[in-house]
Design a protein around this ligand. Structure first.
Ligand code: ARG
Length: 591
């Protein structure tokens, strides 16, 4: 396995060398290489340099060009405009570089220079509650980032910070004590749907009683105290709620084609033992102070509408711990026990103030510092077609499972319709249609989420998501399957690179884009922006479409050209397949 330097980095290096040879007084100046529409690349760095050296940029540019040694990569360099360089590289260099990528399992993509340990907090639904579209976003974006970071060589630890603690459990457990047969079944017997409907029923019944019966309310409050003090019977019942919910969570993650491992599910309750100490450390160091009986952290720039400071409450005046205490304890655990260099939180942007205060508190306490930092990968709200937060017509939260099922149904219709166009002998069976429908439908939902910048809100529009045209996963999946079918039809002819063959413009454009895969992944891993990978893949499929319409593959002029074009097809398919896999989306061989 060998990483392959991209053409951009090779050209950048040639220019940097020529710059320091021609203009030693420039030190190590950056040639500022960019992609260009006029040539393959453009270098703009000489302009700034000329200003610094008080020279004429066109003259300096000409000197740099003269200093370039002859090599096989650069075909043509011209000085243009006020002193830019327009750079065209040889066809042989393009094909040769791509051949080196094709020879490598990782398509020549290097591991990140400075790999460390990232703990990523994502896919964190709440016990005894239905999952909604917000949980979908966290799961989809988080899962893609895990795969992208791992591919870059980062050690990744997953944490699913589920909401499994809080006062509502007092009411639920008390109800279960008084109605002992409610969750009576063996786990293996229930589906995810049934588990959730059991929990829903129980939740509603407990809530109704809590609101109408003062004595039940009092017993529920005592139950919270028993839970927090670790009473065994109470804890055992609490565990039954957690287990029942997990049956449901796993069924949804399974439908989402997402692997979630039980040991990585460490919910709020997982930090119970640390809460006292977290508070003691914060108080002793003066980071937190007592205010009206509560333990608080104050910030100069966080104020309420009345101008008064709004503190982060680490411990309430009644002694109870909330969301902040758990998150601060989780930071200590992740940094000190799990050895994290980076903490990533894939959480709704509406929790940004909470994380800002939590991170700042952890910095003041010394748990986060220059070496260990935390980021919130904040995502926007999922909107309905009307542009308002996504709700049912009755104003209720939309159940995630219903959406997933609907997407799969729509996808089945698309796959079935396409299947009609195929000669009878090649048609998919009903089972195959069902399998493809799941891959297409779930892919459509994931891609719609991942192809918009996470920070933005997006409209949940199934019609658009499963469309065959436009920036959708279905379009990419069909592009992949079409390439695979061409390669199958090639028979004896095998993909093989022939660097001596001249390339058509569409081949060059496709080739240069294929060469950018590694750079794109590096950027995505660095900035936590999976939508840039989606955009790269969409452009790849579009460039492939142009290539395919302009350059006959199986009917090319010579057997070598057939092989070389098959080679481009094959590398495109592998790059698409790898990229989609990193987004958590399947690419069936046949659709
Ligand atoms: N369970 C929370 C919710 O549904 C998300 C948890 C986010 N992670 C965290 N460490 N606070 O909104």
């Amino acid at each position: 396995m060998a990483s392959v330097p991209s053409l951009a980095s090779t050209v950048q290096q040639c220019l940097a060398d020529a710059l320091s040879a021609a203009l030693p007084e420039a030190g190590s100046a950056d040639p500022l290489l960019r992609r260009s529409d006029r040539a393959d690349f453009q270098a703009n760095g000489i302009l700034a340099l000329a200003k610094k050296l008080k020279g004429n940029p066109r003259e300096l540019a000409t000197k740099v060009v003269a200093a370039l040694p002859a090599n096989d990569v650069l075909k043509d360099i011209e000085v243009s405009g006020p002193g830019f360089l327009n750079i065209t590289i040889t066809d042989a260099a393009i094909t040769g570089t791509l051949a080196a990528r094709a020879a490598d399992d990782r398509l020549g993509v290097p591991y990140a220079g400075k790999a460390g340990t990232t703990v990523i907090d994502y896919a964190q639904p709440n016990v005894a509650k239905e999952m909604h579209v917000g949980h979908l976003r966290s799961a989809v974006i988080g899962d893609a980032m895990v795969k992208i970071l791992e591919f870059a060589g980062e050690k990744v630890v997953r944490r699913h910070h589920i909401g499994d603690w809080g006062t509502q459990f007092g009411m639920l457990i008390q109800y279960l004590i008084e109605h002992p047969h409610e969750l009576d079944h063996k786990d293996a017997d229930v589906s995810g749907e049934e588990a959730m409907s059991n929990l829903n029923r129980l939740y509603k019944a407990a809530r109704a009683l809590f609101d109408s019966d003062e004595e039940f309310k009092a017993r529920s409050r005592d139950r919270v105290v028993a839970l927090q003090s670790g009473d065994e019977e109470t804890l055992a019942l609490w565990q039954r709620f957690v287990d029942e919910s997990k049956i449901y969570f796993y069924s949804v993650f399974d439908k989402l084609d997402m692997e979630i491992d039980d040991p990585d599910v460490v919910g709020e309750s997982g930090y119970n033992d640390m809460l006292d100490e977290t508070c003691r450390l914060l108080e002793e160091s003066g980071v937190a102070v007592r205010s009206e009986g509560a333990l608080c952290v104050f910030f100069d720039d966080v104020k309420g509408p009345d101008g008064n400071p709004v503190p982060l409450i680490v411990r309430k005046s009644n002694g109870g711990y909330g969301y902040a205490a758990t998150d601060l304890s989780a930071i200590r655990d992740r940094v000190q026990k799990l050895g994290a260099d980076t903490l990533v939180y894939v959480v709704d942007a509406r929790q940004s103030l909470h994380f800002k205060m939590v991170f700042e508190t952890a910095r003041r306490a010394g748990w986060l510092n220059d070496r260990t930092h935390a980021v919130q990968l904040a995502f926007g709200t999922v909107l309905g077609k009307d542009g308002k937060p996504f709700k049912t017509r009755e104003g209720e939260t939309v159940r995630l499972v219903d959406l997933l099922d609907e997407a799969i149904d729509r996808a089945a219709a698309v796959v079935r319709e396409k299947n009609e166009d195929v000669p009878e002998a090649q048609r998919l069976t009903e089972d195959e249609i069902a399998e493809r429908a799941a891959q297409v439908g779930i892919g459509a939902i994931k891609y719609a989420d991942l192809s918009t910048s996470a920070s933005r809100d997006y409209k949940f529009d199934l019609d658009q998501m499963v469309s065959l045209n436009g920036d959708t996963s279905v379009y990419l999946q069909y592009a992949y399957a079409r390439i695979k079918s061409i390669i199958r039809k090639a028979g004896e002819a095998r993909p093989a690179a022939h660097p001596e063959i001249a390339l058509a413009p569409a081949e060059r454009a496709l080739g240069l884009h294929l060469d950018r895969f590694g750079e794109t992944l590096a950027e995505v891993a660095e900035t936590y922006e999976p939508h840039k990978l989606a955009a790269y893949l969409y452009q790849l499929a579009s460039l492939y479409t142009s290539f395919y319409s302009e350059c006959p593959v199986l009917k090319a002029d010579t057997p070598q050209q057939v092989e070389n074009r098959l080679f481009l097809c094959d590398l495109t398919a592998r790059t698409l397949g790898q990229g989609m896999a990193l987004l958590g989306i399947r690419t069936p061989e046949r659709l």
